[in-house]
Design a protein around this ligand. Structure first.
Ligand SMILES: O=P(O)(O)OC[C@H]1O[C@H](OP(=O)(O)OP(=O)(O)O)[C@H](O)[C@@H]1O
Ligand SMILES: Nc1nc2[nH]cnc2c(=O)[nH]1
Length: 178
């Protein structure tokens, strides 16, 4: 793989499409084994997770449902600051087994703010599947139950992840060249 340019930045190859495929199949197999007869509801957090979600979901061997949600952040009136709402979350979550699908956990802020709102609906369980995590960037106590790759604290693009709108269609993952 060659280095690529997206907007004004150069990126170097980091994970090949084959690396990603192997890992995604591994995660789908683990999840399938853990959720036999539980009919989990996957919630894919848009936009970045759309490819990861599709690839995990198509490799499941169990009964499962999926819904795609978009998180919107606005300044809340509570002392805790921002409030995150989910657009497109129609299903009742009560007593459901929920698996959040994320392309990346960076600081952890998004899921840290969102999960309490899911918990409010009293699902049977909530777990997180994240293709990428950045342990050195983590600022909030968010833990991926199913983790693809723990990566260095460098900006990445490809396989759903964008740099200012571009790069989501690149089948591999590239890391910014500093
Ligand atoms: O752990 P955090 O620091 O909160 O970062 C992770 C979030 O950032 C990305 O979304 P982004 O806001 O870039 O939106 P997008 O998925 O629509 O590109 C990613 O999909 C996560 O939702
Ligand atoms: N594209 C992209 N989006 C992110 N959101 C949080 N971290 C990242 C990252 O490294 N790359």
């Amino acid at each position: 793989m060659e280095r690529i340019t997206v907007h004004d930045k150069n990126f170097v190859p980091y994970l090949t499409a084959a690396d990603i495929e192997v890992k995604v199949k591994e995660l789908a197999a683990r999840i399938s084994a853990d959720y036999v007869d539980k009919r989990p509801l996957f919630l894919a957090v848009l936009n970045g997770s759309f490819l990861f979600a599709a690839d995990v979901f198509r490799n499941l061997t169990i009964e499962a449902e999926i819904s795609f949600i978009k998180l919107a952040s606005y300044k809340g009136t509570t002392s805790s600051g921002n409030v995150i709402t989910a657009i497109g979350l129609e299903e009742p979550l009560f007593e459901r087994h929920i698996i959040l699908l994320e392309d990346i956990i960076d600081t952890g802020k998004t899921l840290h703010e969102f999960i309490p709102q899911l918990a409010h609906q009293q699902p049977a369980s909530i777990r997180i599947a994240a293709l990428l995590t950045k342990p050195d960037a983590l600022k909030y106590p968010v833990h991926a139950d199913y983790e693809g790759f723990a990566i260095p604290n460098k900006f990445v693009v490809g396989y759903g992840l964008d740099y200012d709108g571009l790069g989501r269609n690149i089948p591999a993952i590239y890391q910014v060249e500093l």
